[in-house]
Design a protein. Sequence first.
Length: 98
Amino acid sequence: MRIIPNLVAILVAIGMFRGAGGIDMLTHALAPALKLVHFPPELVPMGLIRPLSGSGSLGVFTDIVTRYGPDHILSRMAGTIYGSTETTFTWWRFISVR
């Protein structure tokens, strides 16, 4: 129960940041550095939101699959990120219970 206000605040902040175009600006700014390491800039929103929000990252993942199609390499990479990482709050809940 104590974590709910923090979770709501983070979800609202993510929505505001994405709605205001902050993620697009960040993706554009990081694109040259990401190209050097061969990481697609289109996956930056997925990498930023996944550790914070499972449902938010599901929305980003759905957007990527809708935009590029299910067999595109970006969709497959986004699926790997979605399936292989866990949100911060799940680990926080595990630690606080012990």
